[in-house]
Design a binder for this molecule. Structure first.
Ligand code: OAD
Length: 238
């Protein structure tokens, strides 16, 4: 099957590095969350079964910090592409900094801190923004509310939609992710052969095939790239 690339479409695959300069921690860097906290206890259904209070408190603190953080120059630059391009952000991040910078199409494949959900498979969601979830607060189906976060062993959200967007984008930017977690990481490999593919990160062990690696901080590299893409759109008469 041949895929038609949409010349004005940009997909951004983002990870925690894009929010690092807003003061939020990454996962696997020296001060990363999973270097200081056991993910098995805090990001798995088994950990939730064993000690729900600890898990709830961990995400309540992260939610509060994420809500207090401000979007940075990388989030703002990505949002500024929208008048010239169709931009779809596929983010592993659970903060809302892309939306708060003005981006309108954001797929959170690992869930969102700003929502609580029940624990039954019906998965009712409630918007809570920065508020904590208390133990004992129940969903309308009678189950305890938990963070709307995808834990290890649970299914990612919006994957098919994300895949469709990646395969049809003329430009793909991967920013601030180690590409260590599947299936999120696999999305980069589905970028179209003819697409312009750029990866921005401080480090990258293995740059996916076809990507140009712009090593450096998201707040420096992304605005430079975006300025070029906006100039190109203007030249070609958008
Ligand atoms: P990682 O901690 O694995 O990777 C962060 C990446 O961002 C690294 O490649 C850093 O070099 C880069 N980085 C750090 N600061 C940066 C900056 N200022 N500018 C540019 N790049 C920077 O985090 P993720 O790839 O986001 O999942 O982790 C993926 C998933 O693992 C998370 O969504 C989370 C975690 O387990 C769940 O909780 C389900």
């Amino acid at each position: 099957m041949t895929t038609t690339v949409q010349p004005r479409k940009i997909v951004v695959l983002s990870g925690s590095g894009v929010s690092a300069e807003s003061g939020l921690p990454t996962f696997r860097d020296a001060n990363g969350l999973w270097n200081n906290h056991p993910w098995q206890e805090l990001a798995s259904p088994e950990g939730w079964q064993r000690h729900p209070e600890t898990v709830q408190a961990f995400y309540n603190e992260r939610r509060q910090k994420a809500w207090a953080a401000q979007p940075n120059a990388a989030h703002a630059a990505i949002a500024s592409l929208e008048p010239a391009y169709e931009v779809v952000i596929v983010t592993q991040n659970v903060d809302a900094l892309h939306e708060r910078a003005g981006s309108t199409q954001v797929l959170h494949i690992h869930g969102e801190l700003a929502y609580a959900r029940g624990t039954s498979p019906r998965r009712h969601r409630y918007r809570i923004d920065g508020a904590p979830i208390e133990m004992g607060r129940l969903c309308e189906d009678g189950t305890q509310l938990r963070p709307d976060i995808v834990w290890f062993g649970e299914s990612v959200q919006h994957f098919d939609e994300a895949l469709m967007h990646v395969t049809t984008a003329a430009r793909v930017l991967v920013v601030g992710t180690s590409l260590a977690v599947q299936p999120a990481a696999s999305l980069a490999r589905y970028a179209h052969q003819s697409a312009e593919k750029v990866l921005v990160s401080l480090e990258m062990e293995q740059v996916p095939r076809g990507f140009v690696f712009m090593r450096g901080k998201a707040t420096e590299q992304v605005p430079a790239l975006v300025a070029r893409w906006l100039a190109e759109a203007q030249r070609t008469g958008n």
